[in-house]
Design a protein around this ligand. Structure first.
Ligand code: G6P
Length: 615
């Protein structure tokens, strides 16, 4: 995710773009840049860091005049965050500049082709490839910018929101979208461009939201022309009057970042497997796994190190790797691992999981493993983070920035990446049949739609939250793949509502926690059809006979648990190994609603931090 801002009109573009970028920093904040046209010259300034760093640099680098410009705040996907990889990117001639939010999946082949025709690239980004492709088309076909953008985008596979400026036609900006948002603010003789309406709300409430596969040519003092990218047909733009305030827009209309991020999960999971999972060809393509295949296949065991929610994702991965790829796995709290004297050899593969990529204990565990000669693979969300740089190789989750302190979409996207790795290794080892492999790919591809289905239970879950918000203790139970989900559910509740909660393997209940059960104790039991269902139903009977209140997470159409439980929340059926991606969602919503009802600060709970850089 990145933030895009643009302006064309009678005002000074610079302050509008800078303030707009600050409002869009929630979308990414590892680098920022701006391109301004002052009537004669096109000036670009960009830097690693936040928008305020860009502001500081601008004061010394260029004069900030001009009535037309585009700006970008980046959340890196291709290429580490540094000055060169920051947007805007110039084309080779220096005539065009582009800003881009999204991923161009076929950028490698396009890049090779452009290099063979004499183009050169300064950055590692897919975006620089796109701007040069547009330039190439423009020159070859002898067309104007709008047409060149259109022809180029028809050669592109991936997702994008882009804004392009051509200094040889300095009175227009061309924008396009597929899969990433883009809004146009319509003022009097002026237009604003932005990833959401927050940068232009104080100037105009009239907005056009581009639809997927649409592009627009925005000209000074002229009408906007909107057309389809694919077939060139024109579209009559629908101008709507916005009623939202600033805060609502930054959170996408949600009350809190956490809720927004819970709802972003279907898209985040797609972004995670996009370009990696190819069901038609029945392959999983992950460069960093292919490059290190021997290390994975020759590993005596995999050791997973992580903290917090990432550790829970690691526990799910333990089941997946052992079950599918038949590789022994140990999962370690990074903080414990680093301070004992662990036996690590050169034949171990260590996987470090971290959303932020900055967790001090995980970083220290990585250094320790490397010093013993192990191959260390990172699974991170934040591109260019310390853990991403310190590991020998890795795979990003591509979940987009996670702002809420309680991790949600990071967890499900970590499980998605780890499932892809396990499946790829299973295929390479021959521990999964080709039909099972295909079945897994199909089911994984269907998960986002099924997550959407679970999200439809939001009001029902809120109602359950109202009933139990005042209790002091919760118990979460699950077995097999869903034992780590029970731990994660309990952690979510503790983190944001400050209610004591414990996660337990369902069968272990009788070795202790059963003593806590009385008529005041709510127990969340994950009891989906696949995976020890009958055994979990027996556990539920044991709770029932002690008068505990049962909230069952069940498979759609379940009858047995429904008869016993006080409440059930249904999730669609899927493979057992993928079920955590669905069963986690109601637990996130339950803790969210309880915390909101209790008036807690959901996005910034007391005593916690999003990125724990101290041990
Ligand atoms: C903190 C956060 C948790 C997170 C944990 C690990 O405790 O509050 O949400 O799970 O750190 O963070 P990481 O960035 O390494 O995944």
């Amino acid at each position: 995710m990145c933030g895009i801002v643009g302006y064309i009109g009678p005002r000074e573009a610079y302050p509008i773009i800078i303030e707009g970028l600050k409002r869009l920093e929630y979308r990414g904040y590892d680098s920022a840049g701006i391109a301004l046209f002052d009537g004669t010259d096109l000036k670009v300034c960009k830097t690693k860091g936040k928008v305020v760093d860009l502001e500081n640099k601008l004061h010394t680098d260029i004069t900030s005049t001009g009535n037309i410009g585009i700006g970008h705040t980046r959340w890196a996907t291709h290429g580490v965050p540094n000055d060169v990889n920051s947007h805007p990117h110039y084309s080779n001639s220096g005539d065009l500049v582009i800003i881009h939010n999204g991923i161009i999946e076929n950028y490698e082949s396009l890049r090779k082709e452009l290099i063979s025709r004499g183009y050169h690239f300064d950055s590692d980004t897919d975006t620089e490839v796109l701007v040069n492709l547009i330039e190439d088309v423009k020159n070859k076909e002898n067309v104007k910018l709008g047409q060149a953008v259109q022809i180029a985008l028809n050669q592109v596979v991936g997702a994008y929101a882009i804004a392009v400026f051509d200094k040889t036609r300095p009175k227009e900006i061309v924008i396009a979208r597929l899969g990433s948002p883009l809004a146009i603010g319509v003022g009097k003789d002026e237009f604003f461009i932005a990833s959401d309406a927050s940068p232009f709300l104080e100037y105009t409430k009239d907005a056009i939201y581009l639809e997927d596969e649409e592009m627009a040519i925005i000209r000074l003092n002229k009408d906007i022309k909107v057309r389809k990218i694919k077939d060139d047909s024109s579209v009559v733009p629908y101008v709507q009057t916005l009623k939202m305030n600033l805060d609502q827009i930054e959170k996408g209309g949600f009350e809190h970042f956490m809720l927004k991020e819970i709802y972003e999960q279907p898209k985040a999971i797609i972004d995670t497997y996009r370009g990696r999972l190819n069901r038609q060809e029945a392959i999983i393509k992950m460069g960093s796994v292919e490059d290190n295949m021997k290390k994975f296949l020759n590993a005596d065991r995999i050791i997973i190190v992580a903290c917090g929610t990432s550790w829970h994702a690691g526990l799910v991965a333990e089941y997946i790797f052992e079950d599918l790829a038949r590789i022994p796995v140990e999962v370690e709290y990074a903080s414990e691992f680093r301070y004992r004297n662990p036996i690590i050899t050169e034949k171990d593969v260590v996987i470090a999981i971290s959303q932020s990529g900055e967790t001090a204990d995980t970083l220290a565990a990585i250094k320790l493993a490397k010093s013993k000669g192990a191959f260390v693979f990172g699974v991170c969300n934040v591109v260019g983070s310390s853990i991403a740089r310190e590991t020998d190789a890795g795979a990003y989750t591509h979940a987009g920035p996670e702002i809420g302190v309680a991790s949600t979409k990071a967890f499900t996207t970590q499980i998605t990446v780890l499932s892809l790795i396990a499946l790829r290794l299973a295929r390479a080892k021959g521990t999964i049949s080709s039909s099972d492999f295909r079945h897994h790919l199909l089911e994984l591809e269907m998960i986002p739609k099924k997550v959407e289905k679970v999200l439809e239970a939001n009001e029902h879950i809120k109602h359950i939250a109202e009933i139990y918000k005042d209790v002091h203790n919760f118990l979460y139970l699950g077995r097999g793949y869903n034992f780590p989900v029970a731990l994660e559910g309990a952690l979510k509740l503790k983190e944001i509502s400050y209610i004591h909660a414990e996660g337990y393997p369902a069968a272990e209940m009788k070795h202790g926690p059963i003593a806590l059960i009385d008529e005041n104790m709510p127990i969340v039991v994950i009891a989906t059809k696949k995976g020890h269902y009958e055994k979990v139903v027996s556990n539920i009977q044991e709770i029932k006979s002690r008068k505990g209140k049962i909230i069952g997470i069940v498979t759609e159409g379940d009858v047995d648990v429904r008869e016993l439980a006080d409440h059930v929340i249904e999730v669609p059926e899927t493979l057992e190994s993928l079920s955590p991606l669905l069963t986690t969602i109601p637990l996130q919503l339950l803790s969210y609603h309880i915390a909101v009802l209790l008036g807690k600060n959901v996005d910034q709970p007391r005593n916690l931090a999003k990125s724990v850089t101290v041990e």
